[in-house]
Design a protein around this ligand. Structure first.
Ligand code: PEP
Ligand code: MG
Length: 325
């Protein structure tokens, strides 16, 4: 069984009828980029940079960040590396920032909200990212975007950092894509407007489920309600992917759903372009994709999106997966 799986390590992710998708890895540290490369990840779909901040007792300066981003970009050797600006707050604390204790940290001061308030933090990170951009294929992604205004402010900071570096004579890549995580329902609902301005979307199902279903992702007491196959979540995901494609942009997913082989027929049916997951899930998901026919998946997906309950969606996917040769 292991060796049957192993075959997929070196193969591209492709359906029986030849639809190729990009299967990438989620990483939190520079060291994990080596593991991702070993697993033959076709890229990094999510580099969670907050660990660079959390594993330190003071803010990492521009040079320290530059070194880390450059190393990841170089290790991936030209393959795409999507680097997310810091997503501090929520469950991720940072003692030296002296963040106030909040009653509802997941609805509070976190991620891009901190970056747009304490602009010097985001500015430093964007400079480091842009400096590293000439050493590989870096794409920049903003977390927890809930409105066009936030995206435009973040994008303006990016443009400013770029102008500065150019003025300083520092060379930066001129093909850096800039996109957003879609992990808040408001952004999924406005995907049509976002798609006209961003270069890409990456759907963060971990938070999207939490915010759509009002279920704390950390709370065991309500974990029975936490499910990415909830029909409301599926409608949002479809809307995001379709909006991206209407504008000729790509749509990825870096939440846990992308690494679940049971979700593969649905995500192929929806036309997801880039799948990013823990490196350990890559071969399993590639194998699941290799068994699928994309036209069958589209028919299945049309049916799945008509279902009214999570249970029916799961049952239908299980039936479909078991019927695959
Ligand atoms: C997500 O929310 O799905 C995601 C990938 O980000 P994180 O798990 O880091 O919040
Ligand atoms: Mg998230």
């Amino acid at each position: 069984e292991l060796s049957a799986l192993e075959r997929f390590r070196s193969l591209p992710a492709e359906t029986k009828d030849g639809v190729r998708v990009e299967v990438a890895a989620n990483i939190g540290t520079v060291q994990e980029a080596a593991i991702a490369a070993e697993q033959n990840a076709e890229g990094i779909g999510l580099y969670r940079t907050e660990f660079l901040y959390m594993n330190s007792n003071r803010l990492p300066d521009e040079d320290a960040q530059f070194a880390a981003y450059r190393e990841v970009a170089e290790r991936m050797n030209g393959r795409p590396v999507v680097i997310r600006t810091m997503d501090i707050g929520g469950d991720k604390e940072l003692p030296y920032l002296n963040l106030p204790k909040e009653a509802n940290p997941f609805l509070g001061y976190r991620a891009i909200r901190i970056g747009l308030d304490r602009k010097e933090l985001l500015h430093t990170q964007l400079r480091a990212l842009l400096r590293a951009s000439q050493y590989g294929n870096i794409k920049i992604m903003f977390p927890m975007i809930s409105s066009l205004e936030e995206w435009r402010q973040a994008k303006a900071l990016y443009e400013q950092a770029r102008r500065e570096l150019v003025q300083e004579g520092v060379s930066v890549s001129d093909s850096v894509e800039v996109g957003i995580m879609v992990e808040i329902p408001s952004s999924a609902l406005l995907a049509g407007s976002f798609a006209k301005e961003v270069d890409f979307f990456s759907i963060g199902t971990n938070d999207l489920v939490q915010y759509t279903l009002a279920v704390d992702r950390m709370n065991e007491k309500v974990s029975y309600l936490y499910d990415y196959f909830h029909p409301a979540v599926l409608l949002l995901i479809r809307q995001v992917i379709e909006a991206a494609h209407r504008e000729g942009k790509w749509a990825g997913m870096c939440g846990g759903m992308a690494g679940d082989p049971l979700a593969a027929p649905l995500l192929i049916g929806l036309g997801l372009d880039e799948w990013s997951m823990d490196a350990g899930s890559i071969v399993k998901v590639k194998q699941a994709i290799s068994r699928l026919d994309s036209r069958d998946c589209r028919t299945l997906t049309d049916r799945l999106l008509q279902l009214a309950t999570t249970e029916e969606v799961r049952q239908e996917l299980l039936r479909y997966t078991e019927s695959q040769p």
